[in-house]
Design a protein around this ligand. Sequence first.
Ligand code: RIB
Length: 294
Amino acid sequence: MTTICVIGSVSMDLVVTTDIRPVVGETVLGNSFQTVPGGKGANQAVAASRLGADVFILGITGNDSYGESILKNLENNGVHTDYMEKADNTKSGTAHIILSEGDNSIIVVKGANDHVTPDYVLGATEILKKADIVLIQQEIPEETVQYTIDHCEKLKIPVLLNPAPARQVAEEIIEKATYLTPNEYEASVLLNGRTEEEALKAYPNKLLITKGKNGVRYHNGIEEKQFPSFPVKAVDSTGAGDTFNAALAIALAEKMKMEDALLFANRAASLSVLKFGAQGGMPTRAEVDSALRQ
Ligand code: RIB
């Protein structure tokens, strides 16, 4: 069984559904409000667990009722939470989501996710050493992402950095990460003036630029490729990227060829958008395998 360690945000998603997305200065009426578990770290951990991996998460909640729910949800999804911590006098992270016509706009308030420090990661080295691959994103402090990638490189543990949300990253981190999965916008921030074409060529089988409905663009060492995604009618696209990253990490840890790994990850992501909530539609391994056979 593949062992994955996810380091990242654990949050509560506060989701409003609406037919009309408000513009600046406008007030509109919404249809519903729901509170569901989210945070890119927690989402990737749950997705990986549903896909059959043995998953450990390093993340920090606040000492509030959201924190209790976040922890319980991870446990209910079979994620090992032994290393999770609760920050005193701090609120859990929240994501404030407007969902309209299947697509979202999100404001993240990091809260306790800002307490995920390099020292905390260092303290969990024992778990990192058990992992076939480490998955990390950017809703935690930048210095922790940098430290983790450096630490894992020294320990020879592969790291998949999902550089979301977008921010500039030190060149050293781009070099040291084993895989990078920005979307188009994140890539434009990450690549610091280089074109996608130049960067893809410089990082074959490592830089994988996701393009939503248009699939994934990468370079296989010989030529550039673009893998289409599976067309589906999305109910809620929240968490599709997280499902993609978790599935890709599993596939790469299983030593699938890059083409097969991307096919698997794209299929998993396409299934994840068929239900409401970031984690609502995340598929099991059997569901992905069955969809791939169709
Ligand atoms: O990637 C989707 C996630 O991003 C949401 O669940 C929300 O928590 C935001 O952080």
